[in-house]
Design a binder for this molecule. Structure first.
Ligand SMILES: [Zn+2]
Length: 411
């Protein structure tokens, strides 16, 4: 039961209390699976256009594909068009919350928050900060980056459902002065997030060691500038030593595992079980455009396949939890989104569990809910998304409803 954008009751069909159902409109999805909307911990909306770019690893990929595309986002109208496309793609894949990188241009963040607001979405985003080692068209300065970020926080953080993340791209493209400004921003505004990349690629790690010779490790650079902590989201974190993991656990720093990106870019294999054993909260991210799909199913599948390489089998229960309630907890939003319980924001996805013939035949022989969920995470895509609700409003399902079950019944 949804009222005013929030869930007011949840439970078994037919057991709903009469006093709150009078006058309600029923949306009947038969035996489809109703879940909290999916949550993605790491994506770059301006890179939607460079997804599936051939033949490079991280540093060359940035130079050749990403920076030229990101340079276009100084144009507010271009940024709006791409933000709109990205959010529609996210929603059509069932993802209702994401932590998103914009570009260095203030306009890119304005456009994203405007589009997220017009859809009433709970989104986390921030203007990228980069003041060295990049083309001039995608650079700010330590001062302008600080001032733009500060005024964007004041304008957007906590406005509607928007949340702000201070977003330095990664240590190699920020001067020590800029990293210091990032640390200052998160201490000045203690409930904003920080998101960046760490230890993704071996050449990148060597570069960081050259640029910051006094740091004990890549993560130690960020620690030095007071950028780690419970609201700091570190993308990738593949090549971390035991001291790094101990530091992350002690400071409650969060990791975002981006498996399709790590495979596509040849970055390395994240050891989920090792990171968990170290006591670190992890969530999943698509990392588009380094990642190859906006579908949470594709991300879960790749996480499963990478874990298998280390002899660890990621269960579908845990994979779905990471993409809903667990992801919400990692984002410190565990009391607002990620569960279908009274008081939670009504971001909901409805899954057709038999969306293609191959899934249908697998589900028909399933012996448990685990089997059914596992078939989805390995085989499903956006065709499985029957409907999406954000803040209680149904976003029209893109695919044609053919079995007539998706009807509304006025009571
Ligand atoms: Zn990324």
């Amino acid at each position: 039961m949804i009222e005013g954008g929030d869930i007011v009751w949840s439970g078994q069909f037919g057991e709903e209390p009469k006093d709150i159902t009078s006058g309600a409109v029923r949306h009947d999805y038969g035996d489809d699976l109703i879940l909290p909307g999916f949550i993605d911990g790491h994506a770059h909306y301006p890179q939607t256009g460079v997804i599936a770019s051939f033949g490079t690893q991280l540093l060359e990929w940035l130079e050749k594909y990403t920076f030229p595309e990101e340079s276009l986002f100084s144009d507010l109208n271009y940024a709006r068009e791409k933000a709109s496309l990205f959010l529609d793609l996210l929603l059509s894949n069932g993802t209702t919350t994401a932590a998103v990188y914009c570009t260095v241009h203030r306009e890119s963040a304005e456009a994203f928050f405007e589009e997220a607001t017009s859809r009433n979405l709970r989104m986390i985003a921030g203007k990228v900060l980069m003041d060295r080692n990049a083309p001039l068209t995608v650079m700010d300065t330590a001062l302008s980056g600080y001032e733009d970020t500060k005024s964007l926080i004041e304008k957007w953080h906590g406005r509607g459902r928007n949340l702000y993340a201070v977003t330095p791209r990664f240590a190699p493209t920020s001067t020590p002065e800029q990293l210091e400004a990032c640390g200052a921003l998160i201490s000045e505004f203690d409930d904003v997030y920080l998101q960046t990349h760490v230890a993704e690629n071996l050449d990148e790690i060597k570069w960081v060691a050259d640029l910051f010779p006094n740091a004990a490790s890549y993560q130690d650079v960020y620690a030095h500038y007071k950028m780690i902590g419970p609201r700091s989201l570190y993308g990738h974190a593949i090549h971390m030593d035991d001291a790094d993991l101990a530091m992350a656990a002690e400071t409650q720093t969060k990791f975002v595992h981006c498996p399709t990106s790590n495979l596509f870019m040849g970055s390395g294999l994240f050891d989920l079980n090792r990171v968990w054993k170290a006591g670190i909260d992890v969530m999943l991210g698509c990392d588009v455009g380094g990642g190859t799909s906006l579908s949470p199913f594709a991300t879960m599948k790749a996480a499963y396949e990478i874990a298998q390489q280390a002899g660890f089998s990621l269960t579908p229960e845990v994979a779905f939890w990471l993409s809903t309630a667990g992801g919400a907890e990692t984002l410190s939003l565990g009391d607002k989104i990620g569960r279908l319980e009274p008081g939670y924001e009504a971001d909901i996805v409805v899954l057709n569990l038999k969306s293609t013939p191959i899934i249908q035949q697998r589900v028909e022989r399933a012996e448990s809910l685990r089997d059914i969920l596992f078939a989805q995470m390995i085989l499903a895509d956006d065709r499985a998304i029957r409907a999406v609700y954000t803040s209680g409003n149904r976003i029209k399902a893109k695919q044609k409803i053919t079995n007539g079950r998706d009807r509304e019944q006025a009571r």
